[in-house]
Structures are given as structure tokens and as C-alpha cells.
Design a protein around this ligand. Structure first.
Ligand code: NAG
Ligand code: NAG
Ligand code: NAG
Ligand code: NAG
Length: 444
């Protein structure tokens, strides 16, 4: 239904807008990094599933790469709340030691702990929800040592359909979390319903902006039926990575430190995409400043997958203190798929550029510096040193981060960059503000 909202907002306002004021809990100044149980395990979880993932985060080096939150998704619940106190209870069979014990063990590993609930009568897997129980649930989570709450939108009893009713419902938990006094990242998961990207920043540290992702690179599934998020009523699931990227193009301005567009949990490593496709998925999520919440089976991960998700240059762009998303510079439509160029600023004045090929064939593309939004220094007349962030280099530069391979100095453009089927390349362009003479010396 596109009706009443059109009266309140013009389409242009909804799409381009300006940043919403972020929730003031001091958290998520950069996008949260972590792991969540759903994409691989769904409801098949236990204490051991969660703790072995937590141990793997440490032993594989993911913790050193920055991954921090270990998040239990749906299905940790007992069949019912405590009949007297109404407190939430954990499933006594799969979580016999209780959630607090799991949280303590996660904390002992130097990691943070997250849990899941739902702003409805029941969760998506039909466990008890938190609607009407926000205060008691938030208080219990705080007493368990929860650091992150993913808060879903199933079975919401019709309290949705416009911004005021949806934001009222999600604000109940925002308030309850705040009242606990414990800093808890609030990750709102209402699938973009009621244009949540335009208002969720006031309540939450992140907000899902589309229906659920699936381990699928491109294509349209009838389970993810929207053609535009503006007039979408059924957000669904089985959304491909490239559809989510295309939608996010219209909402990048709403995100910033403290409040992020959540493109959904990563599928990297779950088996239904090629490595080049996973590189595209991971690169674009990182550069669009989505939380990077892994969703794969960490104890059975191949070296290729570990290599993708620990690319420290890509993670450093995601965690850049400026917190500015890339924006789309252009999109060249092809018979099937397209080539897109995106650019964005980094805190130190350099620029990150992504070239993405969603077509089934190899493509070539040119990065023209006139497409770089910065006006100071004028990119058309500036010399840039370029780094290819997917070509690894052992050389440590710039505050200890490996910024990929130095591919040289460029003026005006970098031409004829080749992209394999479904591949994305990411470059960092560092303006050379020294004299021409010095630049020549540097190049030698
Ligand atoms: C929003 O939805 C609620 C519940 O359906 C309704 O009571 C309210 O009038 C609606 N508000 C607006 C501004 O449309
Ligand atoms: C609660 O909100 C206030 C003001 O909005 C903020 O200063 C405070 O840090 C918040 N506390 C927590 C625990 O989120
Ligand atoms: C796997 O990918 C293919 C092709 O992209 C897609 O048709 C299929 O639906 C995907 N499977 C799952 C489980 O998402
Ligand atoms: C939704 O919007 C898109 C793009 O504006 C349009 O192509 C499509 O027909 C619309 N669908 C409905 C059901 O209104």
C-alpha cells in the first residue's frame, strides 16, 4: 500500500533523505562485527554450538581481525516463560547451564555476547516473543550479561503498517534496554518495513533494510517479491545479495556512527556462491557500512573463506572512523546484469572505490577520477597512489593496516580494469599532495 505515506513524504525524501539522529547509547560508533547462529544452524543450536563457534573465533584469528559479538539467534527458548515471574527461560535441554553461563564463557574468551528476541507475541520460529514483556526481558538480558540484542518483527499482531505504530512498538524495547543501564547494542530487524531506514536511527544501532538474505548471488525469487522497497508490503526472504545492494543505494545517507543500515547477516562460506561472488558480497557489505555478522560454520571453514573474511584492508574500510558509506557513481546496464562503480570517503582524506560486475561475463571498466565526489583537492588534477585491496601485500602501511597491493601512481583515471564474472575489485586512492618532483621520486 503506497497510499497514506505518500501524503506524508515525497518519494524523493524517503529515498535520499538526511541522516536520522542516532540512538545515544554510545555504542556501534563503527558497524558491529561478529557471528550469528541462524544462517548455518537455524534452530539446530545448543550451548556447544555457540561455544564452539566462540572458541573458533579466537583460534582462527577472527577475533584479532575484529570480530567480537557472538550472537544466539532464534530457538534458545524454553517452551514458556516462568509461569510466576514471567521471566524468559532458556531451553533446559539444549542450554542446560543457562544463558548467563554461556555469556560468561563467551566473555572469558574476550568476546561479547548477543541474543535474539522478537517485537511480537511469538518469534519467527514461534518461541515466546517480547511484545508486552519488554521491561522484564531487557532486565533479564542485562542480568545475563547480554551486550547485543537482535530484535525481530514476526507475529507483530498488526502493530505495523505505518511509521508511528512500528516505531512505537520498537521504541518499547529501546526504552527498556536503556533503563537497564547496561550498554546493549540494539539491532532492529523489521526488514525495512514502514521505511525503517528513515526513522530507526532514533531508536536503534542498526536496522535491517530488506527481507532476509539467502546464500544466492543474484536473481529474483518469488519469496522476496518486492521490486521497490518504497511500495513493498511483503519483505519476505530468499533475497539475493545483488538485490540487497541495489536497494541500499537509495538509503546510504541515513547511516552513520551509532546507527547503520543492516544488509543482513553474511552468507560467506555457506556454499552456494563462488569465491568471487563471496568477495563481492563481503566487499559491498563492508563498504556500505553494514554490520559484518558472519553466518557460516566456523569450525568447518576452508582457508579460502577465512582469507575473505579476514581481509584487514576491507575490514578497516568498514571500521573507518568517518563512518561514511560508499555511494553509487554509475551503473552500466548489460543484457544480463550490470557493472557498477561506487565511491566513498575515508577519514584520512583518501577515497575507496568499488567496481562490481554482476554480469555472467568478464567485463572491463575505467575509474575516472572526475567521478570522485571530493572537490578538495580537485580529483581531476590530483595524482593518486592506488592500492588494490584484494591483492594482498605483506607490506604494512598506514597505521599498521595492510592496505593491499600498491599498484602505482595515477592521474585522471585508472583504465581498463578487468573484472571476472561476478567479481568486485576494491581500490583505495590516496591523494598525493606533494610536489610533482617528490611524486616522481616516490615512484622510483
Ligand atoms: C498507524 O496504524 C495504526 C494501527 O493500524 C493506526 O491506528 C493509526 O491511525 C495509523 N497512523 C497513521 C498516521 O496512519
Ligand atoms: C540512556 O539514554 C540516555 C539519553 O538518551 C543516554 O545518555 C544513556 O547513555 C543511555 N543509557 C544506556 C545504558 O543506553
Ligand atoms: C543457490 O544459488 C542459485 C543460483 O544463484 C539459486 O537459484 C538457488 O536458489 C540458491 N539456493 C539457495 C538455497 O539459496
Ligand atoms: C513499485 O514501485 C516500482 C518502482 O517504482 C514499480 O515499478 C512497481 O510497479 C511498483 N509496484 C507496485 C505493486 O505498485
Amino acid at each position: 500500500m503506497f497510499g497514506p505515506l505518500v501524503l506524508a513524504y515525497s518519494a524523493a525524501q524517503l529515498l535520499l533523505g538526511s541522516p536520522v539522529v542516532a540512538v545515544e547509547n554510545g555504542l556501534a560508533r563503527t558497524p558491529p562485527l561478529g557471528w550469528n547462529s541462524w544462517n548455518w544452524f537455524a534452530c539446530d543450536i545448543s550451548e556447544e554450538t555457540i561455544l564452539s563457534a566462540a572458541r573458533a573465533i579466537v583460534s582462527t584469528g577472527l577475533k584479532d581481525a575484529g570480530y567480537e559479538y557472538v550472537i544466539i539467534d532464534d530457538c534458545w527458548h524454553a517452551p514458556a516463560r516462568d509461569p510466576i515471574t514471567k521471566e524468559p527461560l532458556a531451553n533446559p535441554v539444549t542450554f542446560p547451564s543457562g544463558i548467563k553461563s554461556v555469556a560468561d564463557k563467551v566473555h572469558d574468551l574476550g568476546l561479547k555476547f548477543g541474543i535474539y528476541s522478537d517485537a511480537g507475541s511469538e518469534t519467527c520460529a514461534r518461541r515466546f516473543g517480547s511484545l508486552g514483556y519488554e521491561q522484564i526481558d531487557a532486565k533479564t538480558y542485562a542480568s545475563w550479561g547480554v551486550d547485543y540484542l537482535k530484535y525481530d518483527n514476526c507475529n507483530n499482531e498488526g502493530f505495523s503498517g505505518n511509521e508511528s505504530i512500528s516505531s512505537w512498538r520498537f521504541s518499547q524495547m529501546a526504552k527498556a534496554l536503556n533503563e537497564t543501564g547496561r550498554p546493549i547494542v540494539y539491532a532492529m530487524c523489521n526488514w525495512g518495513e514502514d521505511h525503517s531506514w528513515t526513522w530507526a536511527g532514533k531508536l536503534a544501532n542498526s536496522w535491517r533494510m530488506s527481507g532476509d538474505i539467502s546464500d544466492m548471488f543474484t536473481g529474483y525469487s518469488k519469496d522476496c517479491p518486492c521490486t521497490s522497497l518504497l511500495n513493498c508490503t511483503t519483505f519476505g526472504h530468499h533475497c539475493s545479495a545483488t538485490r540487497i545492494i541495489d536497494w541500499t543505494a537509495y538509503m546510504v545517507n541515513y547511516a552513520g556512527p551509532g546507527g547503520w543500515n543492516d544488509l543482513d547477516m553474511l552468507e560467506v562460506g555457506n556454499g552456494n556462491m563462488t569465491n568471487d561472488e563471496y568477495v563481492t558480497h563481503f566487499s559491498m557489505w563492508a563498504l556500505l557500512k553494514s554490520p559484518l555478522i558472519l553466518g557460516n560454520y566456523l569450525t568447518k571453514m576452508t582457508p579460502d573463506i577465512l582469507d575473505i573474511i579476514t581481509n584487514d584492508a576491507i575490514i578497516a574500510v568498514n571500521q573507518d572512523p568517518l563512518g561514511a558509506s560508499i555511494k553509487r557513481s554509475w551503473k552500466r546496464l548489460l543484457e544480463e546484469g550490470d557493472v557498477q562503480m561506487w565511491t566513498g570517503p575515508l577519514a584520512d582524506g583518501s577515497t575507496v572505490v568499488a567496481l562490481m560486475n554482476t554480469s555472467p561475463d568478464p567485463q572491463t571498466a575505467t575509474i575516472s577520477f572526475k567521478d570522485i565526489p571530493s572537490k578538495s583537492p580537485n580529483p581531476e588534477t590530483t595524482t593518486f597512489r592506488a592500492f588494490d585491496l584484494w591483492q594482498r601485500s605483506s607490506e604494512l602501511t598506514r597505521s599498521g593496516t595492510r592496505w593491499g597491493l600498491d599498484i602505482g601512481l595515477f592521474q585522471g583515471q585508472i583504465s581498463d580494469i578487468t573484472l571476472k564474472r561476478h567479481q568486485t575489485k576494491v581500490f583505495m586512492l590516496v591523494p598525493q599532495v606533494r610536489t610533482t618532483l617528490r611524486i616522481q621520486e616516490d615512484a622510483e
